[in-house]
Design a binder for this molecule. Structure first.
Ligand code: COS
Length: 392
């Protein structure tokens, strides 16, 4: 039975994250949104707090915590600034996790300690110009060279793209095998032929750094193959299952921020002689917002809880990601509505919540992809055997 009680340690992590986020991240979030400046100093401090490798074992420099602690911290960080949230989420979920899970001891010695302590930053390179939702259609090609592989292709929408030190890159090593011919590689920043493009000019999460990356005859030694040859797609999917819990946490953080801003403003602003929180029209909105937020939080905690128990959590992660991301967008919209004209200007932070929220419905699997994953899991659970493979 799903249990909600947080341990003493989990509460402490949540409080530490809240204190840090409100004192060191939130006050400068509006400014970073304007300038697009990458929060180097904040990321360094998050590393010192043990938040860049929260679930990594202490022997590799991590905090050795569970998924629940991780999402509690990520909600607080994202509530203060969703740009910082995604930087933290990618490093923890999409880079440290596959490296610890599939890496050799030698690869972990070389990379994991620095990543888990925040001294170095990671990025995850799966998407391509022609392969987003249909991630099996990798065009980046790896051909055999002397003692390693030579990679050519382009990767798109890479979070931490121009800043990262280590990239987990997926490429096709055997075209005849489809998704079972995809392999994961570890590529260091500065490797010849591996060239991050210019930072994308985005609607939201503007101080996180997103770019495309060109690969031209990039040599990757055998010692930098992550997992087995042909295991890459499985690594990517298993990694994204966990990543989606991280994005759900980011979305819950944004939704909480929007809700709290709306609740506070509704008590200050007066119309028709009384604070607007006394008008039923606003009360209906606040009540609906609180229900959705609570439901999103519960779905998030359930997914994290299942993962910590070692149970299958694919459906729960997609439930949480789908619902929390939609909640973030809806609550940000309602927060703007409650603020009226003030909600529409950059001086007030609620318009940023909407711009930041939108991406949570897109990356690490769009809402449409989450529906597909949930439906497939439902059919699997009831033992449905399709006369044809369930394809789309
Ligand atoms: N977890 C673990 N394994 C998974 C999985 C999941 N969530 N989803 C698919 N797989 C496995 C399947 O079990 C299958 O394994 P086999 O090697 O045994 O055949 C393999 O991956 C291929 O799956 P499938 O045949 O279902 O592939 P499809 O192309 O039909 O669809 C989806 C797979 C749509 C689920 C996948 O491409 C996906 O998640 N796309 C979104 C990718 C994404 O999030 N992109 C954003 C990039 S990061 S910003």
């Amino acid at each position: 039975m799903f249990s909600l009680e947080l341990s003493e340690e989990q509460r402490l992590i949540q409080q530490t994250a809240r204190d840090f986020a409100q004192s060191e991240i939130e006050p400068t979030a509006i400014e970073r949104d304007k300038t697009g400046e990458f929060p180097h100093e904040i990321v360094r401090k998050l590393g010192e707090l043990g938040f860049m490798g929260m679930m990594v074992a202490p022997e590799w420099g991590g905090s050795g915590l569970d998924t629940i602690s991780y999402v509690l911290a990520l909600v607080e960080v994202s509530k203060a600034d969703a740009s910082v949230g995604v930087i933290m989420s990618v490093n923890n979920s999409l880079v440290c996790w596959p490296l610890e899970t599939y890496g050799t001891t030698e690869q972990k010695e070389r990379y994991l300690r620095d990543l888990a302590t925040g001294r170095k930053l990671g990025a995850f390179c799966l998407s391509e110009p022609e392969a987003g939702s249909d991630a099996t259609r990798q065009s980046t090609l790896a051909v055999r060279g002397d003692g390693g592989w030579i990679l050519n292709g382009t990767k798109n929408w890479i979070t931490n793209g121009t800043t990262a030190d280590l990239y987990v890159v997926f490429a096709q090593t055997d075209r005849t095998k489809g998704h079972r011919g995809i392999t994961a590689f570890l590529i260091e920043r500065g490797t010849e032929g591996f060239v991050p493009g210019k930072k994308e000019d985005k609607l939201g999460i503007r101080s996180s750094d997103t770019c495309s990356i060109g690969l031209t005859n990039v040599f990757v030694p055998d010692s930098n193959v992550l997992g087995d040859i042909g295991e890459g797609f499985r690594i990517a999917m298993n990694t994204l299952n966990g990543g989606r819990i991280g994005i759900a946490a980011q979305a819950v953080g944004i939704a909480e921020a929007a809700f709290e801003a709306a609740l506070a403003y509704s008590q200050q602003r007066k119309t028709f002689g009384k604070p607007i929180c006394e008008h039923q029209a606003i009360q209906m909105k606040l009540a609906d917002m609180s229900v959705r937020l609570e439901a999103a939080r519960l779905l998030l905690l359930k997914a994290a809880w299942l993962r910590d128990r070692g149970e299958r959590y694919i459906k729960a992660a997609s439930h949480a990601k789908l619902f929390a991301s939609q909640t973030a967008v809806q609550l940000a919209l309602e927060a703007i509505q409650i603020h009226g004209g003030y909600g529409y200007v950059r001086e007030y932070k609620v318009e940023r919540y909407l711009r930041d929220a939108k991406i949570t419905e897109i990356y690490e699997g769009t809402s449409e992809i989450q529906h597909i994953i949930i439906a497939r899991e439902l059919l699997r659970e009831v033992g449905y055997a399709s006369p044809q493979p369930v394809t789309n």
